[in-house]
Design a protein around this ligand. Structure first.
Ligand code: PGA
Length: 247
């Protein structure tokens, strides 16, 4: 059985003045609930300070992306060893906003995930269909295809986290139905089992997309939902902690 991970994604939000929210979240998740991990992924500029703020707590800190290369002439990019060096334990790769804004393909995402693992980080590999893909009835086919293409070759399943985030549910308030989430997560688990065998059962599969304190309990009771990747509702400690409490 996979452990549960409640992960926040601050996206391009947060400056020094936001650090008290990290401190409040860190205090609220400490001591840790058995079997439930808490993580906040922050902009690169906050990684070091957020890591320091969470140091004595059960809260883990993550990055929001990393480059596939260790170093080099890539102005403005941040490598996986840099994210790890700044105190992160995890890094999001392949978020739909990165795929859309920066043209990151699943092949790029697989290389980023491999770089993350090499640097000692746990990658959170994001996949999800657009509204048009869901409307065409191809959501499962599209998302399982994205999963296969975004996994680094030969990855240790103990080092992976998957996040299913339907693009149409992100930041829209249009949360996927429990039935649709159940169907997708069951398909993703089956896909992972085909690749990793029994060890696939230990890979957390998170749901993301307008998860909030009101809908978290319902989503988190779905059999193959092992946590959440939470954007907007992770910016306020009270909302994030209410979701953590629901897990
Ligand atoms: P949201 O974002 O919770 O604001 O919909 C989720 C995400 O993009 O990770």
């Amino acid at each position: 059985m996979a452990r549960t991970l409640i992960a926040g994604n601050w996206k391009m939000n947060g400056v020094s003045a936001s650090l008290p929210e990290i401190e409040a979240i860190a205090a609220g998740v400490t001591p840790a609930k058995p079997g439930v991990e808490a993580l906040i992924c922050v902009p690169a500029t906050l990684l070091t300070r957020a890591s320091a703020a969470a140091a004595e707590s059960a809260l883990m800190i993550g990055g929001e992306t990393c480059h596939a290369k260790v170093s080099g002439a890539h102005t403005g990019d941040i490598s996986a060893p840099m994210v790890a060096d700044a105190g992160a334990s995890h890094v999001i790769v392949g978020h739909s906003e990165r795929r859309a804004d920066h043209g990151e393909s699943s092949e790029t995402v697989a290389a980023q995930a491999a770089a993350a693992i090499e640097a000692g980080l746990t990658p959170i590999i994001c996949i999800g269909e657009t509204a048009a893909e869901r409307d065409s009835g191809k959501a499962i086919e599209v998302v399982t295809g994205m999963l296969r293409a975004s996994l680094p070759a030969g990855a240790d399943p103990a080092r992976l986290v998957i996040a299913y985030e339907p693009v149409w549910a992100i930041g829209t308030g249009n949360v996927a139905t429990v039935e649709a989430v159940d169907e997708m997560h069951t398909a993703l688990r089956a896909c992972l089992s085909g690749i990793f065998g029994a060890a696939a059962g230990d890979i957390p599969i998170l749901y993301g997309g307008s998860m909030n304190p009101g809908n978290a309990a319902g989503l988190l009771t779905v059999r193959d939902v092992n946590g959440g990747l939470i954007g907007g509702a992770s910016l306020k400690a009270a909302d994030f902690l209410a979701i953590y409490a629901a897990a």
